[in-house]
Design a binder for this molecule. Structure first.
Ligand SMILES: [Zn+2]
Length: 301
């Protein structure tokens, strides 16, 4: 039974901080069949028409972030002596346009993706020559190899049963394997302040985003699945721009400018080789509950 405090309410549905699930989600939840139809046929076509072009424009910035994340996973991986000499195996669930897989490949990792959208699947095959399967996680049934790393970015918020998703992924990990999840950090303190100034709760998107996590509820989900959380961080708290009256939500020109500033901020840190400073700064954001997305890495015990 889903119940808890209402965090958002519209005519059609609400978002509740569900006490039985341990995280916030849309109530009532949609049917699985409606969701499948939406992602297979419509997501990249209707919702994200300029998605691939925007993605390529940010190629170097994505590459920088992916490299940092993969290096962090490599550092955290407690490989046994036998595993150390072998190539790492990585699975990217929801591999999208394929640049994460491509970055992993270039770092000497044996990377494979699964992607339910036919458009994104085809794109990643053609553009990056990725090893990718056009499927959801269910389609990998019967696949016996275990992975050292599993990565899933901006997927969990769309899924009907997040705990089942984490458990299924855990079953595909080798001993000591690491699972990295990235999700939007919603109902965060910056958003709450801006909402109190009269802006609507723009981060709520009831059909696309079913689940709304914060640092605590995301950690709880992994612990429920019997995994050990070994790393927590966030991405740049872009919502701070809204507090500076830079309304990137309604004005695409402002949106582009804010995105460019955020990229420059991170490129300049990279240029000065201050990667540790960036990690520490973002960890401080994470402790405050701010940052646009949450990054969590958990280990299979
Ligand atoms: Zn619930």
């Amino acid at each position: 039974m889903h119940k808890g405090k209402t965090l958002y309410k519209s005519e059609k549905c609400e978002v509740i901080n569900c006490t039985s699930c341990g995280f916030a989600h849309v109530n009532p939840l949609p049917k699985q069949t409606d969701l499948e139809d939406f992602y297979e046929k419509k997501f990249y076509q209707n919702v994200k028409t300029s998605y691939f072009d925007d993605y390529e424009r940010d190629h170097d910035w994505w590459k920088l972030n992916y490299t940092e994340l993969l290096n962090t996973m490599e550092e955290l991986h407690k490989a046994s002596p036998k595993q150390k000499n072998k190539k790492r195996m990585l699975l990217d669930i929801g591999s999208g346009p394929g640049l994460f897989l491509n970055t992993a490949d270039k770092l000497g990792i044996d990377a494979m993706g699964i992607e339910p959208s036919l458009q994104a699947y085809k794109y990643s095959k053609k553009k990056y020559k990725c090893n990718v399967v056009n499927s959801t996680i269910e389609g990998l049934k019967g696949y016996n190899k275990k992975f050292d790393f599993i990565h899933s970015s901006l997927v969990l918020e769309h899924i009907l049963d997040p705990l089942a998703f984490v458990e299924k992924s855990k079953a595909m990990l080798a001993p000591n394997g690491l699972f990295c999840i990235i999700v939007p950090n919603d109902f965060n303190p910056v958003q709450t302040i801006i909402h109190s100034l009269g802006k609507p709760q723009w981060w709520v998107s009831p059909f696309e985003h079913l689940n709304y996590f914060n640092r605590k509820s995301l950690r709880r989900l992994f612990e429920k699945a019997g995994m050990e959380v070994v790393y927590e961080n966030v991405t740049f708290p872009i919502d701070l721009f809204l507090l500076m009256n830079q309304d990137y939500l309604t004005d695409p020109v402002v949106g582009k400018a804010c995105h460019l500033m955020r990229k420059d901020f991170e490129f300049n840190i990279e240029k000065s080789k201050s990667e540790k400073f960036k990690k520490d700064l973002y960890k401080a954001f994470s402790k405050l509950g701010i940052g646009r997305e949450l990054i969590i890495i958990a280990r299979k015990k």
